[in-house]
Write a protein that binds this ligand. Structure first.
Ligand SMILES: [Zn+2]
Length: 293
């Protein structure tokens, strides 16, 4: 599909052959409350989620500082309202802050005007802490066909929620001549939720994997994407990967990814700026007509 470059590889900036970005979704309580507002009554579950902004994010910020890299943090509006000091600490570390819904709303089947309200409410909450994001990640990576246009209308320059390529591309918001965004694709294999999320009565039957296993799996992905000139985008949640052994494994991963020759380790805003300069015509996604069975 996509922007195919003549020799099949993506033209990264001079001296780089692949890119990597470490991203963090600071969901905190929002991802629970969007599904069950009554969960505020569960003290332990609320504390498990609050660990992200309270303890996990500060630990991850120290880790990123030690490794001297900048990352991208996706912050739901509700998190920004509850934890403004955490948001300020992320910004003070030189990291990018981007949009991740207001209350991490489930987007599947949501109509256009409702989704527009979620986006605007998230933007307003971020603006109150001085953040004006250029990037968006849909909660649960769930995009609707109308979402790209809603993003473009609000001045977003990139999205990172689709799972249909290994490198960035230009995403049409409706027809080929319409406004476009940069899409930076993601992958469920590169999300710590599948490795570590476990909470009785909330995450289902998830198990907590050995951080060594997650490290090996992600390192294999990083090496393969590096070998192919691709883009490695890792998604971590501070209430999961901000815990001690998981953060320790993540730091070792970062060290090894940085050591790959010609790996460009930057926040998504920098990948976006570069992609805007090299990506060709926007790709129009064809919507399948409904299937009768
Ligand atoms: Zn999330």
């Amino acid at each position: 599909m996509t922007v195919t470059f003549p020799d099949g590889s993506f033209p990264w900036p001079q001296n780089f052959r692949a890119a990597a970005s470490f991203t963090f979704d600071v969901d905190a309580e929002s991802c629970v409350l969007a599904h069950d507002p009554g969960a505020t009554g569960r003290m332990s579950l609320m504390g498990h989620q609050a660990y992200g902004p309270r303890v996990g994010t500060p630990r991850l910020l120290r880790l990123l500082e030690r490794q001297d890299i900048r990352a991208t943090f996706f912050v739901p509006g509700y998190t920004a309202e509850c934890y403004p000091d955490t948001v300020r600490a992320i910004a003070d570390g030189g990291h990018e802050i981007a949009h991740h819904g207001y209350l991490h709303e489930p987007m599947q089947g949501v109509d256009e005007s409702t989704e527009a309200d979620y986006l605007d409410r998230g933007l307003e909450a971020l603006a109150r802490v001085g953040v004006h994001p250029i990037g968006y990640r849909a909660p649960w990576w769930e995009m609707n066909w109308h979402t790209p246009r809603l993003l473009a209308e609000r001045g977003f320059r990139y999205d990172t929620s689709l799972l249909d390529d290994d490198v960035p591309y230009r995403l049409a918001t409706s027809g080929p001549d319409s406004a476009s965004l940069i899409e930076i694709p993601v992958d469920w294999a590169l999300d710590d939720w599948e490795q570590y999320a476990f909470y009785p009565g909330w995450t289902g039957s998830g198990i907590i994997e050995d951080p060594e296993k997650a490290l090996q799996m992600w390192l294999l992905e990083a090496r393969a994407r590096h070998a192919e000139g691709g883009c490695f985008v890792l998604t971590n949640h501070p209430f999961l990967s901000g815990r001690p052994a998981k953060a320790h494994a993540l730091e070792r991963l970062i060290e090894q990814v940085k050591a790959l020759e010609g790996m460009w380790v930057v926040p998504l805003r920098e990948i976006t700026a570069h992609a805007e300069s090299v990506c060709g015509p926007a790709h129009v996604h064809e919507r399948l007509s409904s299937v009768s069975v």
